[in-house]
Design a binder for this molecule. Structure first.
Ligand code: AMP
Ligand code: ZN
Ligand code: ZN
Length: 415
């Protein structure tokens, strides 16, 4: 922040000095344009698998990467949307931030279920209060924030929302989303956000419906790329410097109707409850039925392995949170665990082991405070949070899972 302030001050001073030398008064607009502090814009393209960027349809995103840094990023487990968006903005693994899945049951609220479609639960702070996302910490520090969609941003977490936020609505077009952010940047400094999020769902949606290799998935990326181009052009036209951090939450794996594992045929409804299905399925035993569930699930299976949550491999850092179901089953690459009859299943899914190449996520950063060309190893998405707090100029919350050292080389040395 100090660095940003100094740079802003320096820029303003140079305008004044240059104008004084020329013996003229600078127009007020010149000073305003030059004096803008950089905004940090965190963009998520849901389900953007890194190799999609090699399909030749994303010149604007690729230009951002070329002017800054690009790396492969490992999602946190499970490689699903809500857990990973929350890991990026909290620096915590899902087990610690509490959004352990897109669908959750909490033993303290056994009668309800958290799902993305049920606003009564998904917008209740009860589910979100285990961690503090960056916009809450920023607002508390007096830094104004605006969220053009991001999971959790509609919720008063620890009593605080971004000063500008919108209720999630898929029908808001990409152009409307870009224009909303640009409108925020046209505001006077006192009410202009300094940290902004922006979210695009379509690449994930089409990737699920038609699969990661479908031409329509590539077309969806081309459309989002055009919007990123509009955003960059709009920022330039306004004269708004921006540090852009563009991520995806996970990749996408191809699935097929003939690669289905029917968990409902192993767990009868009077024995256990299947809480989640997909690449990851969570099961809770009904009272007195623990050993029946264990016998059914813990035996060897083709294309699937199950564990008690306490025995889940440590590298997943998953299973201590009471919201994690008692038994966890993970499908092999390309396979899907299902709990009911369906005419057909989705052609693309995610939720697998984050170490699988198909699940890899994108990280790109570019802007005045970002060094260009820094080479980065594959890293964990919890490491993005400390970079964001540095860019925004606020202190990170203590005891996060992310490491500040990972992305330290991305920051341009103070000049
Ligand atoms: P997933 O099931 O993990 O693929 O979740 C992706 C879905 O999450 C997308 O289809 C989005 O429409 C949805 N989504 C993203 N952000 C939000 C939000 N803030 N509120 C509700 N749903 C969301
Ligand atoms: Zn997602
Ligand atoms: Zn998805």
């Amino acid at each position: 922040m100090m660095q940003n302030h100094l740079r802003t001050l320096f820029a303003a001073l140079s305008v004044l000095i240059l104008s004084a030398c020329a013996g003229t008064q600078p127009p007020a607009t010149t000073i305003a344009a030059e004096a803008r502090a950089p905004v940090t814009i965190l963009i998520s393209i849901d389900g953007l698998r890194p190799d999609y960027l090699d399909r030749g349809v994303s010149p604007n995103i690729n230009a951002l990467a070329a002017s800054g840094v690009k790396a492969l990023m490992r999602p946190s487990f499970p490689s699903l949307t809500f857990p990973n968006h929350h890991s990026v903005v909290t620096g915590l693994r899902p087990d610690r931030h509490g959004i352990v899945d897109n669908t959750m049951v909490d033993p303290r609220r056994p009668e309800v279920r958290f799902t993305l479609g049920d606003a009564r639960q998904s917008l209740d702070p009860f589910w979100w209060d285990e961690a503090e996302p960056i916009w809450v910490t920023a607002e508390k520090a007096g830094v104004r924030t605006g969220t053009m969609f991001w999971p959790g941003s509609e919720v008063a977490i620890h009593g605080t929302r971004p000063q500008d936020w919108l209720r999630y609505d898929k029908a808001v077009s990409g152009t409307q989303r870009i224009n909303t952010v640009l409108d925020w940047m046209r505001r006077p400094p006192a009410i202009r956000p300094r940290f902004v999020t922006l979210y695009f769902d379509t690449v994930d949606t089409v990737g699920h419906e038609l699969g990661p290799d479908a031409p329509e998935t590539t077309t969806a990326l081309a459309e989002v790329d055009r919007l990123i181009g509009d955003l960059v052009a709009g920022l330039n036209a306004i004269g708004q410097p921006a540090n852009v951090v563009l991520v995806s939450d996970h990749g996408m794996g191809a699935t097929a109707d003939d690669r289905v594992i029917r968990i409902d045929r192993m767990i009868a409804p009077d024995v256990g409850t299947v809480v989640t299905e997909g690449p990851l399925s969570g099961v809770n035993a009904l009272p007195g039925k623990d050993s029946d569930v264990a016998a059914a699930l813990l035996a060897p299976h083709d294309h699937m392995q199950c564990w008690r949550k306490g025995a889940f491999p440590a590298r997943f850092a998953y299973g201590k949170n009471p919201r994690v179901p008692e038994f966890l089953c993970l499908a092999a690459r390309g396979w899907a665990i299902q709990a009911r009859d369906r005419e057909s299943i989705l052609k693309g899914m995610h939720g697998y082991d984050p170490a699988e190449p198909d699940m890899a996520a994108v990280f790109i950063a570019a802007g005045p405070d970002i060094a260009s060309g820094a080479a980065l190893p594959v890293f964990d998405n919890v490491d993005v949070y400390p970079l964001l707090t540095r860019l925004v100029g606020i202190a990170p919350v203590p005891a996060i899972d992310g490491r500040a050292e990972t992305l330290a080389p991305v920051l341009r040395p103070a000049n």
